[in-house]
Design a binder for this molecule. Structure first.
Ligand code: 8YV
Length: 323
């Protein structure tokens, strides 16, 4: 008998066919996140859970107790802060994620946010479409900031950080500073990235990109003190997780003009509440957590998660083990 796998993420026919070769696949076919009660019911006898950050909710002690046959939980995401890794280790459940295949796509998004915030693309798009571009428009009112030849500070120099640094160095002739748990000699050599402490990165960067995973150490790593250290002309970009920033402090910093603008892919609460003050600010570009959201990359992530699931359930070592 094939091992049972429950899938909460909308997989393609190709991914389903791959999984079905080795597993008995059952799926959540509703929109968005599966209701918790239903999930707990569906997984009570499965050996594999194939899930994601935004379709399956958190993996915690309650879920693990409820699904005693689980051997593997694979998430279609690189971030796995929705997994209680300690509890998974305790229950001897292997966790897997999907790194690498999304690096370039997320770096593209980070750069889209840098460019659109600096050159005020969203604000000025609205300006044109609302009919405000008139013959007496003052051209100076459309001025933004140069991206090229400026200084980019990257907090969290993992693979995605490096993909951002490469774009910065070779595409935009930028100086790259970085702050990371450990030094990355390769990034220093390849992109001339300069390692510095958080304080000097914040003080010297024109663009500060937050790209770190969410862990107890990085929870609200950027708060009021950090925004005060940034240049008044600085643009803050967050493509990591909303909880790596003290969002109220960000709102204050923007309201008090301590920084120039922000490009945000992630928020403390997702979906972001419609009355969040950040959404009223013309110098904030907000997108709905779409770092890896291209059809090709999501498919590659989905296949990678399937490979990880099948590996464990056929007695092999998965490519991307996290617990
Ligand atoms: C995933 C993410 O891309 O990969 C991550 O860590 O933040 C997510 O956006 C998404 O869950 C995949 O559908």
């Amino acid at each position: 008998m094939k091992p049972k796998v429950y899938v909460t993420y909308p997989i393609s026919n190709e991914v389903e066919a791959f999984l079905s070769k080795s597993c008995d696949v059952q799926k959540w076919e509703g929109d968005g996140e599966i209701p918790r009660d239903l999930l707990l019911k569906e997984i009570s006898d499965v050996e594999g859970l194939y899930t994601s950050r935004n379709t399956g909710g958190v993996v915690d002690e309650e879920l693990l107790i409820n699904a005693p046959n689980l051997k593997v939980i694979s998430t279609v995401s690189v971030g796995y802060n929705h997994f209680d890794v300690e509890a998974m280790n305790k229950h001897e459940v292997i966790g897997t994620n999907t790194p690498e295949v999304l690096d370039e796509t997320v770096a593209d998004l980070a750069f889209s946010l840098i460019l659109s915030t600096a050159r005020r693309i969203v604000e000025l798009d609205r300006y044109v479409k609302e009919g405000n571009w008139q013959s007496d428009t003052k051209y100076q009112e459309t001025y933004g900031k140069d991206v090229h030849s400026s200084t980019l500070g990257i907090i969290g120099m993992g693979r995605i950080g490096e993909a951002i640094a490469r774009r910065a160095k070779f595409g935009f002739n930028m100086d790259v500073l970085y702050y990371n748990r450990n030094r990355k000699p390769e990034a220093e050599e390849k992109f001339g990235a300069e390692y510095c402490d958080l304080e000097s990165l914040l003080t010297h960067s024109d663009f500060v990109v937050l790209m770190t995973p969410l862990t107890p150490e990085t929870f609200q790593i950027i708060g009021a003190k950090e925004f005060k250290l940034m240049k008044e002309s600085a643009i803050f970009i967050n493509v990591s997780r909303g909880q790596t920033v003290d969002e109220n402090a960000l709102i204050q910093a923007l309201e008090n003009k301590e920084i120039y603008g922000a490009g945000l892919d992630v928020f403390e609460l997702e979906p972001v509440e419609v009355d969040n003050p950040l959404l009223k600010m013309p110098n904030v570009v907000a997108v709905p957590h779409i770092g890896s959201a291209t059809a090709r990359t999501e498919e590659a992530m989905a296949m990678r998660a399937a490979e990880n699931t099948v590996a464990v359930l056929t007695g092999k070592e998965p490519i991307d083990r996290i617990s």
